[in-house]
Write a protein that binds this ligand. Structure first.
Ligand code: GLV
Ligand code: GLV
Length: 328
């Protein structure tokens, strides 16, 4: 029997080659230049046994109906899997997998880079210099804060949150406070970290960094009420998922200098930088926010490992074995 595998978009890394080398598989990679439009996606998956999906593909009831009952696995090329209706998948007996672990370093390093860029005003200073405004050394120019002794609030102590805490705590001498559904005593002991309820964390942190998955319980986790308790000097970093932050409330908080600034790698209505799709929202005009296009996991190392994990999950499930990293 030959299994058909559909890849919704060409991805870097060795995973696709690994699948193609297997004589049991017929691998079809989308040749569309961009995110496969919904209709084309539903048409392309018909009759497939496995689908390698991206976080930009909505995998829902209609998708499973369109694919057909032979579909065995949707391997998501991402650690987050909020694009997939896992209940519908289970109802159709389809295994869902993600890529945990392998992008921890990439996302944690990016988060640290964003935090540093905020605290040292790298972006504004670059623009300033580039536009010819530098007229001589000035003792007041772009004063930033030192991180030593400042407090970082980690919201979501998974692998990524842990690595950020380690780097900023052990490396830069920041005080660590965290919020998570689970209390981690070993972590607390190792880093002198303190668990806090979210409002208390927001009140104390100089930097708040989000590392939670997008779930109904984390949708708009940070909104007006939350911004109102944060320090005026505090910064927010979001490398998790856009809808975890109420973007309208964030824009207001940034505009009114309710908080000092933010770094966003993800957006509520991605790829739009605003939810009304006109891209006219003030967010882009503000000078106290750094905007990047969902690239926190974009290292060659992470993307290669991600492609290998999706390939191994597909091979396992199509050979009747358990998936390596089932999404849960
Ligand atoms: C990227 O955002 C991922 O979830 O892997
Ligand atoms: C993701 O890999 C996480 O656990 O934070």
């Amino acid at each position: 029997m030959v299994f058909t595998i559909f890849v919704t978009r060409n991805i870097p890394g060795e995973g696709i080659e690994m699948l193609k080398r297997n004589k049991m598989f017929k691998v079809r990679v989308s040749t569309y230049n961009g995110i496969l439009p919904r209709r084309a996606l539903l048409k392309a998956v018909k009759g497939c046994h496995a689908v390698l999906a991206l976080l930009t593909d909505r995998i829902d009831e209609a998708f499973f109906k369109a694919a057909g009952p032979q579909l065995k696995i949707v391997a998501n090329y991402a650690v987050g899997f909020d694009n997939i209706d896992v209940k519908a998948a289970a109802a159709h007996n389809v295994v869902v997998t993600n890529t945990p672990g392998v992008l921890t370093n990439a996302v944690a390093e990016f988060t640290v880079a964003a935090l540093m860029a905020l605290s040292k005003h790298l972006e504004g200073a670059d623009l300033f210099t580039r536009s010819g405004k530098y007229k001589g050394w000035d003792p007041n120019l772009f004063l930033g804060d030192e991180l030593q002794g400042k407090t970082i609030g980690i919201v979501g102590l998974g692998r990524i949150g842990y690595k950020v805490a380690h780097t900023m705590g052990a490396g830069f001498g920041m005080k660590i406070i965290y919020n998570d559904p689970r209390i981690n005593k070993d972590f607390e002991k190792k880093y002198g970290a303190q668990f806090m309820k979210l409002p208390a964390l927001l009140k104390q942190a100089d930097y708040v960094t989000l590392h939670v998955p997008l779930l109904p319980s984390t949708h708009h986790l940070i909104s007006t009420k939350e911004f109102n308790v944060m320090k005026k000097t505090a910064y927010l970093i979001n490398t998790a998922r856009g809808p975890v932050v109420d973007e309208k409330a964030l824009t207001r908080a940034l505009k009114n200098r309710r908080i000092a600034g933010a770094a966003l790698d993800v957006f509520e209505c991605e790829p739009a930088i605003d939810c009304d799709m006109t891209d006219t929202l003030e967010l882009k005009k503000l000078d106290n926010v750094i905007l990047t296009p969902h690239i926190a996991s974009a290292t060659r190392e992470a993307r290669n490992e991600m492609s290998l994990i999706v390939a191994r999950n597909i091979i396992a499930v199509l050979s009747g074995k358990k998936p390596l990293t089932p999404a849960q």
